[in-house]
Ligand binder design. Structure first.
Ligand code: HAM
Length: 511
């Protein structure tokens, strides 16, 4: 039996999409395209250009940016070691000297990462080999054995591949790209947007997936002028407005800077310790790891306690206070309606000052369609120059879900013209007509085999075609083609140029 062939008695396995992932199918994909096209257009009018970073990066990039204690990094990343397949563990007859040198060669050739830790490991392995050979010279069998074991033990420390992760978000990648491509040399600020899949190992539910899609934007470099914060928010709101997203609510907060936030966090921690016994297990743990996240809690029993906690707005330093007030003023100048929400802290570590989140209707508990904020200093954390930054990401799955729930996700389905042809002469004319109509921008269905007119019209109906173009040998001989409007059954005859003109006019009328 050839390789890959299925044994007769075995029922072939049926495959399903992995939990938390899904197929986006037509006609829904047309909504996705419309949303993405609108983003290209709206973001373009604000001077943003598209960036397409890769889908996986070094795990460390995300750990450094988002924070190793966050849920995203500590629990939700799809991480893996990028191990080159050529390297197998040493076999029983392997000579450790040869194996060590093979590793060195692989490191020199870039097959194994040439990191300081790997270099140290190879040096240690060589040291053990030297001890092994010294013991061999003295014929100390036990020592030889021990040195070999130590060599194998060191070997385990070798990182054969880079630690990689599927991106859980794209801000870190955009900042990495900013540094890597020296974008600080470009006119500042650099305004970039992206769209694409992100990956988080979360518990799937409505509006929460393990592969989900974001449309995001980042403004990097230049100043931290509050007008930049306001314009970025204005851009998302304009985008949502254009899509007619319903029930849009913008929540705004300032979480301070490296000067004032740590003091507030300590104050918050001290207050939380006092009420610790009345908090749930998650919040109790967060008193230590990240007290700000307690403010995020949705637990009913904690709401009364949270309401009495100190608020960051009362503890901002003068600069942050001024910045926050100016952001609000700038939003008002742009007619952007917001609600201040002192409990909005966001779940990623890189934020400072402005944070915001937008909710929309019809989404249940996962109702945040957009989250964002300022992250001055993140680029420096990634080895770049001192850089200001602010951005947001929209959850495209949730955005589309909300549009669907509120009936704003209608898409044009079906075809413009179904060509019902019969007869050999008609076939050639039908092929030509299809070509011309498609060239003129109409969507055309041309049945591959001849069908009786009755059957063809039935199909045209099922496909939701607007018109059926009837081409029989008579029509072809006369040069007069019959166009049937399927909605009302009316028919009219046209010459070929008249037909194109008629369809163009009708299309212009309906759009
Ligand atoms: P985020 O709040 O983690 O922020 O995600 C932004 C949005 O992505 C959320 O509001 C939500 O709509 C969507 N989202 C997140 N996780 C899922 C999921 N599992 N399933 C479906 N949708 C999801 C960030 O990612 C930041 N990078 C935003 C940013 C850009 N801040 C500054 N620049």
């Amino acid at each position: 039996m050839s390789e890959g062939a299925v044994k007769k008695e075995e029922k072939p396995r049926k495959f399903q999409a992995i939990r938390g992932t899904r197929d986006l199918l037509p006609p829904e994909t047309a909504v996705w395209n419309r949303v993405e096209q609108t983003a290209h257009e709206v973001f373009g009018t604000f001077g943003f250009a598209e960036i397409r970073p890769p889908i996986f990066e070094l795990t460390e990039l995300f750990a450094r940016s988002i924070g190793s204690d966050t849920d995203i990094v500590s629990k939700e990343m799809f991480a893996f070691e990028d191990r080159p397949s050529e390297l197998s563990p040493p076999g029983p007859n392997e000579i450790p000297d040869d194996y060590t040198e093979a590793i060195q060669k692989s490191m020199d050739g870039g097959l194994i990462p040439s990191t300081p830790s790997n270099k140290r490991t190879v040096a240690a392995m060589r040291q053990k080999l030297a001890e092994l050979h010294a013991a061999e010279d003295k014929r100390e069998t036990q020592e030889v054995e021990n040195a070999y074991l130590w060599w194998a033990f060191e070997l385990q420390d070798l990182k054969l591949g880079d630690a990689l992760a599927l991106r859980p978000e794209a801000t870190a990648s955009v900042c990495r790209a900013y540094v890597e491509h020296g974008m600080q040399q470009l006119p500042q600020p650099v305004k970039l947007y992206y769209m694409g899949p992100m990956f988080r190992r979360e518990r799937p539910q409505k509006g929460r997936y393990r592969q989900f899609y974001q449309i995001g934007a980042e403004v990097l470099g230049g100043s931290d002028a509050p007008a930049i914060d306001a314009e970025v928010i204005e851009m998302v709101m304009t985008f949502f407005d254009r899509l007619e997203l319903q029930g849009v609510q913008l929540d705004l907060n300032s979480i301070g800077c490296r000067e004032c936030r740590p003091k507030y966090v300590e104050l918050l921690r001290a207050e939380l310790v006092k009420v610790k016994d009345n908090l749930g297990a998650d919040s109790q743990r967060r008193i230590e790891t990240n007290p700000l996240r307690v403010l995020d809690s949705k637990l009913e029993t904690e709401q009364g306690i949270i309401a009495t906690l100190p608020r960051i707005a009362d503890h901002l330093c003068d600069d942050c206070k001024t910045h926050y007030a100016a952001v609000k003023h700038q939003l008002e100048m742009r007619g952007v309606i917001y609600r201040e929400n002192w409990r909005l802290v966001r779940g990623l570590d890189y934020y400072m000052r402005t944070t915001f989140e937008i909710t929309a209707q019809g989404l249940g508990s996962q109702n945040a369609v957009c989250g964002g904020g300022r992250y001055d200093g993140l680029v420096e954390l990634l080895g770049g120059p001192a850089t200001k930054g602010i951005g947001f990401a929209i959850g495209e799955d949730r955005l589309i879900l909300s549009l669907q729930e509120s009936g704003k996700a209608a898409v044009q389905q079906g075809r413009d013209v179904y060509i019902a042809w019969m007869g050999e002469h008609a076939r050639a004319t039908a092929i030509r007509a299809a070509k011309d109509l498609r060239k003129a921008g109409f969507s055309v269905e041309l049945p591959p085999v001849e069908l009786k007119f009755g059957k063809a019209l039935g199909q045209a109906d099922k496909l939701g075609a607007k018109y059926a173009l009837i081409l029989g040998d008579n029509e072809v001989a006369e040069g007069l083609w019959t166009l049937k409007t399927l909605a009302d059954g009316s028919q009219a005859k046209f010459t070929e140029p008249e037909l194109l003109e008629h369809l163009r006019k009708q299309k212009a009328l309906s759009s």
